[in-house]
Design a protein around this ligand. Structure first.
Ligand code: RP5
Length: 155
């Protein structure tokens, strides 16, 4: 079982997605990470999303660059929340992915984070899971307090 399904569109997206995995690990959130291309392997994507749901995924994180179809395609295949992670690659360096991911049609939303905002994609997924998990909500609140204390330190 894995609470979060992390999908990326290409092997070339893996390094930029690692901070998301680190955040999920810090909060003890289970995840399954998969490379699957919406454009190059659409039928496999359908299977991956169905299997992730069957395996307990409550939130999807989908990262992609350039035309960045993956987050929207995942959102089309599930009613569970999808966090879209635009990745910097190609001639437009992520602007293309940001616009593609944020411009979803009404009824099929994707929550877009910043270009290369992998850590925040996971933070948002943790916040969603914390709505129904008091232990996780407590860990999240503690981490937010620690973060506030850190920024007050002149070092
Ligand atoms: C996107 O195109 C992928 O998400 C990746 O960011 C970009 C380039 O993919 P590759 O050609 O490196 O596989 O679909």
């Amino acid at each position: 079982m894995a609470d979060v399904a992390v999908l990326v569109g290409s092997k070339s997206d893996v390094a930029a997605t690692k901070p998301a995995l680190e955040v999920l690990e810090r909060f003890g959130v289970s995840y399954e990470a998969t490379v699957v291309s919406a454009h190059r392997a659409p039928e496999r994507l359908q299977r991956v999303v169905r299997e992730a749901e069957a395996n307990g995924a409550r939130v999807f994180i989908a990262g992609a660059g350039m035309a960045a179809a993956l987050p929207g395609a995942v959102a089309a295949l599930t009613t569970r929340p999808v966090v879209g992670l635009p990745l910097a690659s190609g001639a437009l360096n992520g602007i293309d992915a940001l616009l593609a991911i944020s411009q979803m049609p009404p009824g099929v939303p994707v929550a877009a984070v910043a270009i290369n905002g992998a850590a925040n994609a996971a933070n948002l997924a943790v916040e969603m899971l914390a709505l129904s998990n008091a232990d996780l909500a407590g860990r999240l609140a503690s981490w937010r307090r620690e973060q506030s204390e850190r920024i007050d330190t002149f070092e």
